[in-house]
Write a new protein. Structure first.
Length: 306
């Protein structure tokens, strides 16, 4: 499987989770309709695509001001929907000239999953084991979320996506343990350890009910990673449906899981019956292909972090 198929699989897989999950956000144990007509993506995918565009325009560099400018452009053009409170505050302040490192909520009020949901493209440009690259991941997270937990949640997603990309996670190892070993002390890490210690024999629904399924990053990112870990056994569609059936912050949880599982599987293996419902699929694929092609040209072998 080539790098373009994998990278596109990450972005498109996330869009599937977002679009299917958005319809049921905030519901508890929803009844899922797979025969729905056109399904719209929300801010999870929109901000991920804006991040891809900023990286393309910056010739592969991760430049927080450029990413913030892309967010403002999309926001000003009314291309972002379903925005959470912290992200909305940041975008409105950026739009009137606020500095990217100073806008948005701070502390516990900013411990949502809005940074984690859009961070996946950085996994193809940065090495999360490198301290300088970790600072960049923190900076990009801070555009909307001034919270160490939000940053650690975003870091966990970058670690997981990279592990799927470079083969560190090949569907057999324990993805949760790989991520745990890479994280600093935090509530996100503690939750992952808790889930890893009890999840054998428990369904995704049981884990979600026991530990939480809200937009709080400590609830959502570990649950999404658990779903991705089970994708090799469940398959992509069943994984997404099981996560949505838990309820809560369904779009972001399913989107993050879809990004990681889509990376592992590749675009060519994503289910056509789900893709057929995505309203903006052509644009999503065009943007993700441009982004993936840029990464391939910078790394001709298709291997990241050479």
């Amino acid at each position: 499987m080539d790098s373009i198929d994998r990278i596109t699989g990450c972005i498109v897989g996330g869009a599937i989770g977002d679009a299917f999950g958005s319809k049921y956000e905030g519901q508890q144990s929803p009844s899922i309709d797979l025969c729905a007509d056109s399904l719209e993506i929300s801010d999870d995918t929109q901000l991920t695509l804006a991040t891809c565009e900023a990286i393309i325009e910056s010739h592969g560099q991760i430049d927080p001001p450029a990413i913030a400018s892309a967010f403002v452009r999309w926001f000003s053009e009314s291309r972002i929907t379903g925005i959470g409170a912290s992200t909305y505050k940041a975008l409105t302040e950026l739009a009137v000239g606020g500095h990217w490192a100073l806008v948005g909520n701070k502390g516990e009020r900013a411990a949502g999953n809005g940074a984690a949901m859009r961070i996946a493209p950085l996994a193809f440009c940065l090495d999360p084991a490198n301290p300088e690259d970790r600072r960049t991941i923190r900076d990009v997270s801070r555009i909307t979320h001034h919270s160490e937990e939000a940053y650690v949640g975003a870091l966990a997603v970058v670690v997981a996506v990279r592990a799927a990309y470079d083969g560190t996670w090949n569907g057999e190892e324990r993805l949760l343990q790989l991520v745990i070993d890479s994280l600093p002390d935090s509530r996100v890490k503690d939750r992952l350890i808790e889930i890893e210690s009890v999840e054998a024999g428990m369904s995704v629904s049981e884990i979600g009910c026991r530990f939480g399924n809200s937009g709080y990053v400590v609830d959502s990112v570990p649950l999404a990673l658990l779903g991705a870990q089970r994708a090799p056994i469940l398959g992509f569609q069943r994984m997404i449906l099981e996560l949505i059936a838990v309820g809560g912050d369904t779009d972001t949880i399913a989107s993050i899981a879809g990004q990681i599982a889509g990376m592992w599987m590749g675009r060519s293996a994503l289910p056509d019956e789900m893709l057929a419902h995505i309203a903006e699929l052509e644009f999503i694929e065009q943007t993700s292909n441009r982004f993936a092609d840029g990464q391939r040209k910078r790394r001709p072998s298709g291997r990241p972090f050479e």
